[in-house]
Write a protein that binds this ligand. Structure first.
Ligand SMILES: *[C@@H]1O[C@H](CO)[C@@H](O)[C@H](O)[C@H]1NC(C)=O
Ligand SMILES: *[C@@H]1O[C@H](CO)[C@@H](O)[C@H](O)[C@H]1NC(C)=O
Length: 473
């Protein structure tokens, strides 16, 4: 399993210049605070919850050092967030959190660690740490932190959705990703269970729901850096803004702390955001339980089926496509690694170059539309002589080229129909008792589908235009 950070982050050189020691990037693995606001809105949220006030002093006492003099916690409608308590300038250290107040798999009781099988990963180990701290309640040394982590009913990651709620996003790949993820977490649970049961005895067993909650907390709040997977109290109250350039840095030089430096000015009372990574709405919903309006990083993953599956010609096509797909893009969850899945982004202009529709998808369609093994031979020859990738150039026979793109168009049109009918049924479904939770998830499902269908339509417009242009030649 590689939960490696997906985040490719930018840093402005003036901040990271020689002034600072060597930092490595710590990336949020995935999920986090519930935050539905996006831009750096300036609303000042008062802390109605007195426990916000004692958290930082507790942590600083424990750390034996100051953690932040410019930030304070406030509770917004969507969970705890960090606000500027004083003016912050670009380049200021906003917080510095020493290792001794971070939670890692090293905090696992040695008795349990020894019993765990080797294939149990770091996320699971850290989830087990959280489980035991939760169970200790007020007796836990970490109680002030652990008790402030969101409860399952406050989390809206799609893994927590019911079957009925998930049915709303049936056409989206997120539906399958969610299934996959639940299965994955279940497998992790099964591999850890013997050790857990052995330690707790039969009376105090953890069940799958307990484990899944802890696992989701870790996945959504932990950071991964060169030193491993860590929960970083306080820093994990920072909310995500896809446009922010601020990130969490590990000080490799001293190896002692994790820090956040401001990349913009903040006035007192403004919420401070960082970017967890460049995530689409689907990823945000899967791992963090929220989506963003105007998400620049949106994309749709589509799965293309080969027609006449099983015929000798289609078997050959499949073999060619697999062989000539060089570096299959490995998604964090290995989900998009399949050779017949493609990630489409919004195509800005129907008359432009079609940036957003991957070349590999068009190549796929060209291979799929071959009707004889001679045509496949030609493509194969061309690939071996060229750069080793198959069907990257337009087919010489323009009717064939049109056919290939019409095939794509038909697949996408079909998908759009499915999205539209799902959206209709979301609108018309009314439950007898609409809970807030259901209403919120319904909105999330709707936003996801609307965003994805917009991307699909932009691709379909481009394909239509491409075919018309070829016809005119
Ligand atoms: C081009 O493709 C079309 C449609 O598959 C086919 O009917 C036609 O014979 C092809 N033309 C040439 C020159 O191969
Ligand atoms: C992402 O979700 C937001 C809000 O939840 C929605 O407004 C938006 O249309 C979605 N997609 C894109 C591409 O922004």
């Amino acid at each position: 399993m590689s939960l490696a950070a997906k985040a490719i982050l930018l840093w402005s050189v003036d901040i990271l210049g020689s002034k600072w020691p060597i930092f490595t990037l710590s990336s949020r693995m995935r999920t986090c605070n519930l935050n539905f606001s996006t831009s750096s809105s300036t609303q000042v949220t008062r802390c109605f919850d007195e426990d916000c006030d004692d958290f930082l002093p507790w942590l600083e006492k424990r750390a034996g050092t100051e953690i932040s003099s410019v930030l304070s916690i406030a509770k917004s409608a969507y969970g705890r967030s960090l606000y500027a308590s004083k003016s912050i300038e670009v380049g200021d250290f906003m917080l510095r959190i020493p290792l001794n107040v971070q939670l890692s798999p090293c905090n696992l009781l040695p008795e349990i660690n020894d019993m765990l099988s080797d294939n149990v990963g770091d996320v699971t180990k850290l989830a087990i740490v959280v489980l035991f701290e939760q169970r200790m309640g007020l007796n836990s040394d970490w109680a002030p932190y652990i008790s402030r982590l969101p409860h399952p009913e406050e989390m809206h990651n799609t893994i927590f959705w019911s079957q009925k709620e998930l049915a709303m996003i049936r056409p989206s790949t997120l539906y399958h990703q969610t299934m996959w993820k639940n299965m994955h977490i279940h497998n992790e649970f099964l591999s850890a269970k013997p050790a857990l049961d052995c330690y707790t005895g039969t009376s105090g067993q953890f069940d799958f729901d307990d484990f899944r909650h802890a696992y989701a907390l870790v996945e959504s709040r932990a950071w991964r850096s060169t030193k491993g997977v860590y929960l970083i109290p306080f820093a994990d109250f920072l909310n995500h803004d896809g446009l922010s350039e601020t990130i969490v840095l590990y000080d490799d030089h001293t190896g002692q702390s994790e820090q956040v430096i401001a990349d913009q000015k903040y006035a007192p009372g403004e919420q401070v955001f960082i970017r967890y990574g460049k995530f689409s709405n689907a990823t945000l919903l899967l791992d963090f339980g929220f989506a963003l309006p105007h998400n620049n990083h949106d994309e749709v993953t589509i799965h293309v089926k080969i027609p006449h599956h099983g015929s000798p010609l289609s078997v050959r096509k499949m073999e060619l496509l697999k062989r000539f797909t060089p570096n299959i893009n490995k998604d964090v969850h290995n989900f998009h690694s399949s050779w017949d899945s493609f990630t489409i982004r919004e195509v800005k202009s129907a008359k432009g170059k079609g940036k957003g529709i991957p070349q590999s998808l068009r190549a796929f369609a060209r291979v799929i539309c071959c009707t004889s093994s001679q045509e496949l031979d030609e493509l194969e020859n061309e690939a071996s002589k060229g750069d080793g990738r198959i069907a990257r150039l337009p087919l010489r026979n323009s009717s064939k080229e049109i056919e290939a793109h019409k095939f794509l168009l038909s697949q996408i049109t079909l998908l759009i129909t499915e999205y539209i009918s799902s959206l209709k049924s979301i609108e018309t479904t009314t439950l007898l008792c609409m809970t807030d939770k259901y209403t919120l998830r319904k909105k999330m499902a709707r936003d996801l589908l609307i965003g994805e269908v917009r991307i699909l339509k932009s691709a379909s417009d481009w394909l239509k235009n491409y075919c018309v242009q070829l016809l005119d030649l």
